[in-house]
Design a protein around this ligand. Structure first.
Ligand SMILES: Nc1ncnc2c1ncn2[C@@H]1O[C@H](COP(=O)(O)OP(=O)(O)O)[C@@H](O)[C@H]1O
Ligand SMILES: [Mg+2]
Length: 235
């Protein structure tokens, strides 16, 4: 399988011989890949290192050795800048909903960036409308359904206009209708997205898929090739 060739420049996520050791466990063992495609998927067995790989992209995790370069910057040295450029969505949206109402939650991160009040309100309205939550602006966030909470978490990340979006199993808690909605949104996002998922139909529409096994990339190519390989290893 031919790994996608990086275009060079700054819109690439690059792993260079990345090892991550946590406790006495080698969680990632020599990952090398330049990811320049718009939609990149990561699949693999439980415990294969997928979440750790995702967390490396915004500096939530750092390599024990090797280098991760994102937006042209070494994550070890430019964590703050990288976090501004890389939006991260966790599996469980409750983990990132911090304010009582929907609109306040989306506004929270913008306020922290010191934007003027009118600008914050305008951007909040805009993003809630884009993702179909405008009717819920003043509702308590914890009254939303699981799918709507996932959309809210997405709004709170997208309102910051990240260059790259990383999602760790974004459809795991969603029913079929809401996972389709997330799949549709991903198709339209102009940003580069890296998505960890067991949702094989979701990944089938991607540009490139990596398969992880015990901390190593064991397949890397088109979704067809990579998912085929994954199915065989899981059989
Ligand atoms: N902080 C940690 N300390 C020790 N081991 C960890 C830590 N975080 C994750 N691990 C281990 O690393 C392995 C990979 O974890 P993870 O990246 O979450 O895998 P996945 O997302 O593919 O399930 C797992 O075996 C997990 O138990
Ligand atoms: Mg995980």
């Amino acid at each position: 399988m031919v790994p996608g060739s990086g275009e060079g420049g700054s819109d690439v996520i690059e792993f260079a011989d990345v090892h991550v050791r946590l406790g006495n466990r080698d969680v990632l063992c020599g990952i090398t890949a330049a990811l320049a495609e718009r939609r990149v998927g990561v699949v693999g067995a439980n415990g294969s290192g997928k979440s750790t790989l995702a967390r490396l992209v915004n500096g939530l995790a750092l390599p024990t050795s090797g280098t991760v370069t994102v937006l042209g910057l070494d994550t070890r040295r430019h964590a703050a800048k990288i976090r501004r450029g890389v939006g991260f969505l966790f599996t469980d949206p409750d983990a990132q909903i911090v304010m009582p109402t929907v609109a306040e939650d989306v506004a929270f991160s913008l306020r922290r960036r010191g934007l003027p009040r009118e600008e914050v309100e305008r951007r909040v309205r805009e993003v809630l409308t884009r993702y179909g939550l405008d009717g819920h602006a003043d509702h308590p966030a914890h009254h939303l359904s699981g799918g709507q909470k996932q959309l809210l978490a997405l709004c709170s990340v997208m309102v910051l206009e990240p260059d790259i979006l990383v999602m760790d199993e974004p459809t795991t808690l969603l029913d079929l209708r809401h996972s389709r909605q997330v799949a549709d949104l991903l198709r339209e996002l102009p940003q580069q997205v890296l998505v960890v998922s067991h949702d094989l139909p979701l990944l089938a529409g991607f540009d490139r898929v990596l398969v992880l096994d015990q901390g190593k990339v064991i397949a890397d190519g088109t979704p067809r090739e990579a998912i085929g390989h994954y199915r065989k290893t899981m059989a």
